[in-house]
Design a protein around this ligand. Structure first.
Ligand code: NAI
Length: 304
């Protein structure tokens, strides 16, 4: 991987109108930083009420910023004016880039991009926030795979100021530079990675999560202790179980399975039966109120 910056001689053409498809944890975070960076942002989600929830959530973040005097009321109002609801996918027709943050399933992402291609201009870029799926495979369903790219953010997006930029095998280099410039304009460090399972962070970071689950599975100790050791001694901002709860097991388990299968069942990537079982029980993490920890009012953590 290499940190990247736009070339000094040619400034990549900027994007102005961004579409977000999927306004859950990730889509809303990306929408927030894009509106702050001056883009007009259209939000679309297939679930009724999801866009309104996302807008309320983002407005709440800005209202808190004003309250804490980190943001002026005029700026907050300006940002809010740039967030628009797209009632249907076709409302995204005027976007020059769409970032999808829908369910982590190859068939769903492929069919979304195929449909978007029929609605958007030929120059529009299609970016995926996938955690683990092959960008090349997502692009393979498109008429113009050269405009498809991975643009992978981390949760929570406004605080985790890094994004992986992942060209597929057929992505146009000009698209890569434009997307890197966009990430930087939103205040994020961009790391260009190759299109390999889990890219950089979800490949390199996998070892900690997998090993922590093995330690738990062997009843060596509990999640609280493992998290505390990795935070206090390992220098992590968050331990592996807190992170699994934040991400949500519906997302994390799918990511673990996807990386494992893409590496042809290489044992070091094997997911834990513990996460499969907890997923079946609905212990998803913060979003379901209980995971490896319990959550009261969506905030306070109580050891299980
Ligand atoms: P989420 O479950 O919070 O949100 C997904 C949203 O997409 C939901 O509102 C759902 O209604 C909507 N949706 C699902 N299928 C759709 C479709 N076909 N068309 C339109 N809307 C659709 O999920 P989250 O956590 O935001 O993850 C989204 C993507 O981002 C996944 O690919 C995930 O792997 C990736 N990701 C997740 C991270 C995390 O920490 N949660 C971190 C980085 C990437």
């Amino acid at each position: 991987t290499s940190p990247s910056s736009p070339s000094a001689s040619t400034t990549p053409a900027a994007f102005h109108v961004l579409g977000i498809v999927g306004t859950g944890a990730m889509g809303r975070g990306i929408a927030q930083i894009a509106a702050q960076a001056g883009l007009t942002v259209y939000l679309y989600d297939q679930r009724d009420g999801a866009v309104a929830e996302a807008r309320d959530f983002i407005s709440g973040m800005w209202a808190r910023g004003v309250q804490k005097q980190r943001l002026s009321a005029a700026d907050a109002e300006g940002y809010g004016g740039r967030l628009k609801e797209a009632a249907t996918l076709s409302t995204l027709a005027e976007c020059d880039i769409v970032i999808e943050a829908i369910v982590e399933r190859l068939d769903a992402k492929q069919s979304l991009f195929s449909e978007l291609e029929t609605l958007l201009s030929d120059q529009a870029v299609l970016a995926t926030n996938t955690s683990s799926l092959s960008v090349t495979a997502i692009a393979s369903a498109c008429q113009h795979p050269e405009r498809v790219i991975g643009f992978h953010f981390f949760n929570p997006v406004p605080l985790m100021k890094i994004a992986e930029v992942i060209p597929g095998l057929r992505t146009d280099p000009g698209v890569v530079s434009r997307v890197e410039a966009l990430g930087q304009s939103m205040g994020h460090f961009t790391a260009r990675t190759t299109d390999t399972p889990g890219f950089l962070v979800n490949h390199a970071g996998r070892a900690y999560g997998t090993e922590a689950l093995k330690v738990l599975g062997e009843c060596v100790t509990d999640p609280v202790t493992i998290d505390r050791i990795l935070v206090d001694q390992g220098g992590f901002r968050m331990g592996p179980f807190s992170l699994l709860d934040l991400t949500g097991l519906d997302v994390s388990h799918a990511v673990m399975e996807s990386i494992y299968h893409q590496y042809y069942e290489e044992p070091r990537f094997r997911p834990s039966p513990l996460t499969r079982q907890r997923l079946t029980a609905g212990l998803l993490g913060r979003k379901s109120g209980a995971g490896f920890y319990r959550y009261v009012d969506g905030k306070s953590e109580v050891a299980d």
